[in-house]
Design a binder for this molecule. Structure first.
Ligand SMILES: Cc1cc2nc3c(=O)[nH]c(=O)nc-3n(C[C@H](O)[C@H](O)[C@H](O)COP(=O)(O)OP(=O)(O)OC[C@H]3O[C@@H](n4cnc5c(N)ncnc54)[C@H](O)[C@@H]3O)c2cc1C
Length: 507
């Protein structure tokens, strides 16, 4: 009989862990428990052999989801573990076929060609890559090639990613990888890197072709709805097809959770004992109901300096002041400056119900005293204003007001942009978790300390998110590369790694 292995962290640690879990996660766990039945006890009926698939991943299969809903169900089809042991001993299940999952699967399979790699995606593979960058896919950023400079673009992760993370696989490595695989890239003036075709299909096709060429099995339309570890240290992954009544139990030695911001992914990570920082939206526009903006709708300011001030927070972090282009929309403000502010202020803005003050300096390169001087000078030259009023007759006080308006225009942010325009989510498994470790001998290993026997779970649903400009994909490529390297290296060495663990930090 196979049943989930008991948690070995002890009651005290568990309690502390539970306290860390937010009410959000508690709710999530409840709903998942309602949806996800306990694992069925595995029996060994004669029918098992017939039910076994050719693929080494299949443990049990049933055409009825109710089969696995009840351990006592007579229809349960269970299979023998033994005959598949050899194949299972070298199998990896990747949950999620986004940028991180597919890149990781390619990396793992290239390092360990004998490894059976299976990627499940509940929808279509690389669907976000397809729609990203307005259909062009901003692959990475070419202006921040140093790890330190790179890390500064991650509101969540900037401290932890300062060290080894981008050294393992930074933007240059990403660009080299794509050009080595036939995708020509270009770097635009602002640092954003795109395929020269200006078509995200170049990236999608390249990744999927490479995965297939290596023999990675890509299974679309299948959701992983649970995962567990058996007494003999194997992972059992529950796969469901939503469109038809289909449940599959797949076992593997390595599991990589690369589900992006999906709640199911967080839930699986939580099942393996990880805590989750509650997700909140990042990268959104600001809703501002200010009549003065109405006439400016559609106007782009190439360079403004904008400062976000939250009522409940006295001291403003330096990152809450940003310089760059800003766009006036019919519902408020958008553009890179606003998106960056939304990312750095994501948690606080969520906490304060998206109520904040935004001060915009429309001419950041000119000091306010110079602005006044220029205005006064022009007044002296009798410029006319509006047709009705003569510039020369404007009182100096009014000119001061104009100067202030140009330099410190204050807007009230009343809400997050109403449309579903958030691009990323802040939240996930904290990078600081002691379970995340870096094994120096293998240079790129991030593994869970909860590694059981020779099995390993790696989670790429970390609390990391970047600003716009290709940084979010770079995080996915780097994380996927590290995860794939970890698993591929272990699989190819086929030995238990017992290196001393070092805490991953920003050093
Ligand atoms: C409209 C839009 C445009 C963007 N443009 C850019 C850009 O130009 N540049 C940039 O750097 N970033 C961009 N981003 C952000 C970028 O898309 C993400 O940071 C990136 O996709 C994260 O990759 P990922 O592999 O971690 O997650 P995802 O891309 O979200 O992939 C996760 C995958 O897991 C699957 N999945 C989830 N749960 C399960 C489950 N239980 N079982 C099986 N499969 C599951 C999902 O279907 C999904 O395919 C954009 C985002 C959006 C929404």
């Amino acid at each position: 009989m196979a049943k989930p292995k008991e948690d070995q962290r002890g009651p005290k640690k568990d309690e502390a862990q539970k306290q860390k879990l937010t009410p959000w996660l508690a709710q999530l766990e409840e709903s998942q428990q309602a949806k996800m039945p306990q694992w069925p006890s595995l029996q060994l009926p004669a029918a098992a052999a017939a039910a076994r698939r050719a693929t080494p991943f299949a443990l049990c299969r049933s055409s009825s989801s109710s089969v696995s809903a009840s351990p006592s169900n007579q229809d349960l089809v269970a299979c023998s573990w033994q005959k598949e042991d050899e194949a299972e001993a070298q199998s990896l299940v990747v949950v999620g076929g986004g940028a991180a999952g597919v890149y990781a699967s390619i990396r793992a399979k290239s390092l360990a060609p004998h490894l059976n790699v299976l990627v499940f995606d509940k929808g279509r593979f690389l669907s976000k890559v397809k729609i990203s960058g307005g259909g062009r896919c901003n692959v990475t950023n070419g202006h921040h090639l140093e790890p330190l400079g790179m890390a500064r673009n991650y509101p969540r992760g900037h401290k932890e990613l300062r060290g080894s993370f981008f050294k393992n696989h930074g933007p240059q490595d990403t660009m080299r990888w794509f050009s080595d695989h036939g995708v020509e890239l270009k770097t635009e003036d602002d640092g954003r890197v795109f395929p020269v075709t200006d078509n995200s299909a170049s990236i999608v096709d390249c990744l999927l072709n490479e995965a297939r060429r290596l023999g990675v099995s890509l299974q679309a339309g299948k959701a992983v709805t649970g995962a567990s570890v058996t007494e003999n240290g194997k992972f059992v992954v529950k796969v469901e097809k939503r469109t038809v009544d289909f449940v599959d139990h797949v076992n593997a030695k390595y599991v990589l959770v690369a589900t992006g911001s999906s709640q199911q992914g967080y839930s699986i990570a939580a099942q393996f004992g990880h805590s989750i920082i509650a997700p909140v939206p990042s990268l959104f526009t600001f809703k501002i109901t200010d009549k003065r903006l109405a006439d400016l709708s559609g106007v782009t300011f190439p360079i403004v300096k904008a400062k976000l001030k939250l009522d409940g927070i006295k001291r403003s972090a330096p990152e809450l002041t940003q310089i760059g282009p800003m766009l006036v929309t019919h519902w408020g403000l958008s553009g890179p400056v606003v998106l960056r502010l939304s990312a750095w202020g994501a948690r606080e803005l969520h906490q304060y119900n998206y109520q904040a003050k935004l001060t915009v300096d429309f001419i950041p390169d000119i000091h306010i005293e110079d602005v006044k001087r220029i205005l006064f000078l022009h007044k002296d030259h009798h410029a006319s204003l509006d047709g009705d009023m003569h510039w020369a007759s404007i009182p100096n006080n009014n000119l001061n007001t104009v100067a202030l308006r140009l330099k410190q225009w204050m807007f009230e942010v009343v809400a997050k942009g109403q449309f579903k325009d958030e691009f990323v989510t802040a939240g996930g498994v904290p990078l600081s978790e002691e379970r995340y470790t870096f094994v120096p001998e293998l240079a790129t290993l991030w593994i869970s300390k909860r590694t059981i026997d020779l099995s390993m779970t790696v989670v790429q649903v970390l609390n990391v998110d970047g600003v716009t400009g290709g940084f979010n994909f770079q995080n996915a490529w780097t994380g996927g590369y590290i995860a794939g390297t970890s698993i591929g290296t272990l699989a190819s060495s086929n030995m238990r790694q017992q290196q001393p663990y070092l805490q991953l930090d920003g050093s």
